[in-house]
Design a binder for this molecule. Structure first.
Ligand code: DC
Length: 225
């Protein structure tokens, strides 16, 4: 295949997209793009200046990725964008069509050249419907809440309530709701070891690059849907 390749990984909160996408990118030697971090940056900027106009804030925002760090203007926002408050606000600003349009434009620009693993909610449906491989990552609500609780130190019940609220908002919003692309391979990671999830996606990407369609490259899909 000439030119770049894009692996799109979409799915709900806590399905493991970030860690999986990062590991798949490392394994394939692709660049990783965390599009959720961009919505989180807009949310953080809005929290820091509540009186500001959301559209202007988004337009003026400088978001850069340096390795694992996320830079907002000249400040390192890597940790600040991960608080529960920013998580909730990000799912609210993500319902705004103007915010989405601006961030989607940036995401398209970024992924135009080179090899990428991009992760979010609408990569395979809106940002890059032309992605060479689309994976829709899911897991049971309880497993997702358990994984998040292990990361945040909050209770599973709190995480469950939080992710259901965010899921509902992500799925029901008018602008680019979270849906699985028709041509995405659905991978239910409930009970699957992390390494195996990474391995399956990396192999699918290698097969696609070699010219085998993703659906054929992933016969195990049937048992996971
Ligand atoms: O993946 P995340 O939790 O970091 O995403 C933060 C919020 O941004 C989440 O509520 C959904 C939203 N989002 C989105 O609407 N589209 C994307 N491509 C990525 C994230």
């Amino acid at each position: 295949m000439l030119g770049g390749m894009l692996v799109a990984i979409d799915g709900p909160v806590g399905a493991g997209k970030s860690t999986v996408a990062r590991a798949v990118a490392a394994r394939l030697g692709f660049t990783y793009l965390d599009t959720g971090a961009m919505y989180r940056c807009v949310a953080l900027a809005q929290i820091q200046d509540e009186a500001s106009d959301l559209k202007r804030t988004t337009e003026d925002l400088r978001i850069d990725f340096e390795g694992d760090r996320v830079l907002l203007g000249s400040a390192d926002a890597t940790e600040a964008i991960r608080t529960p408050e920013v998580s909730q606000r990000a799912s609210v600003v993500a319902t705004d069509p103007e915010v989405r349009e601006q961030l989607v434009d940036r995401q398209r620009g970024l992924t135009q050249r080179g090899d990428w693993v991009a992760e979010g909610r609408d990569i395979g449906t809106v940002v890059r419907p032309d992605a060479e491989l689309k994976v829709f990552l899911t897991a049971s609500d309880e497993e997702r809440a358990g994984r998040r609780a292990a990361q945040t130190g909050r209770s599973i019940a709190e995480e469950l309530a939080d992710l259901r609220e965010r899921d509902e908002r992500d799925r029901t919003r008018e602008a680019s709701p979270l849906v699985r692309a028709d041509d995405a391979v659905e991978l239910d990671t409930t009970g699957l070891p992390f390494d195996e999830v990474v391995e399956r996606i990396a192999r699918m990407a290698e097969d696609v690059r070699a010219g085998t369609p993703a659906a054929e490259a992933a016969p195990q899909q049937a048992e996971n849907t």
